[in-house]
Design a protein around this ligand. Structure first.
Ligand code: CA
Length: 232
């Protein structure tokens, strides 16, 4: 048995039937499972159980999934997979800087959920990669150990995923990466959901860096992908 099957998983979901179903499936896989049916209990259970992955419904009584995620992010880098109902726009889920790592639209296939949990457990934080901790791109300095980004003297605040995407682009600077390559490098597996999650995050980075400071770091190659451009 690999260690990942001993991992602790917290489910925060107010649809009790769904929560129960997922709980049983995860227990069957060997995980230790905690379940909360509202946001506030979810947060309490998070503190008490210190899970390795959190499955977090978006629309919850007491505290919304977004708010729960924000509060978790104040103290923890634990992978958070948001569960959203059909019709709740992805932008809404990930666009509010909630810090979620991933999302799944309900109804989902349990196999896909299991695959994403395994991927989340395998993923190592970029700060642990060792080698160089200071990355540079033009006037931009990224410290992967301290998780800071500076453009000249300006501090840039990025969410965890935005940070990982930026690091990926800089480590591959001047090389065009396809959306699939970016998904594999940043999201860590063969993503089954919409690949436009990459476009969405590129847009966030541009808003926070390129647009805000009038620079041109992230370039698009139409129909191919993206790259970060260093000085000529
Ligand atoms: Ca719900």
């Amino acid at each position: 048995m690999s260690d990942e099957n001993k991992a602790k998983i917290l489910i925060v979901e107010d649809e009790t039937k769904l929560a129960r179903f997922v709980e049983l499936e995860l227990k069957h896989e060997g995980y230790t499972v905690f379940v909360a049916n509202d946001g506030r209990t979810g947060l309490e259970l998070f503190e008490a159980s210190q899970p390795d992955v959190v499955l977090l419904d978006l629309m919850l009584p007491e505290l919304s999934g977004i708010e729960v995620c924000r509060r978790i992010r104040k103290t923890s880098d634990v992978p958070v997979i948001m569960l959203t109902a059909k019709g709740e726009v992805m932008d809404k889920v990930i666009g509010l800087d909630s810090g979620a790592d991933d999302y799944m639209t309900k109804p989902f296939a349990i196999e896909e959920l299991l695959a994403r949990i395994r991927a989340a457990l395998r993923r190592t934080p970029s700060a642990d990669e060792g080698d160089e901790t200071i990355l540079k791109l033009q006037n931009l300095t990224v410290d992967t150990a301290r998780h800071t980004v500076k453009l000249g003297d300006n501090n840039i605040e990025l969410t965890k995923r935005e940070f990982e995407l930026l690091v990926c682009l800089i480590k591959n600077k001047n090389i065009v990466l396809t959306r699939d390559q970016i998904l594999n490098k940043v999201w860590g597996y063969d993503y089954i959901g919409e690949t436009n999650v990459v476009d969405v995050y590129i847009r966030y980075l541009r808003t926070k860096i390129d647009d805000k400071y009038g620079v041109k770091l992230i370039h698009t190659i139409r129909g191919v992908g993206y790259y970060a451009k260093d000085e000529d």
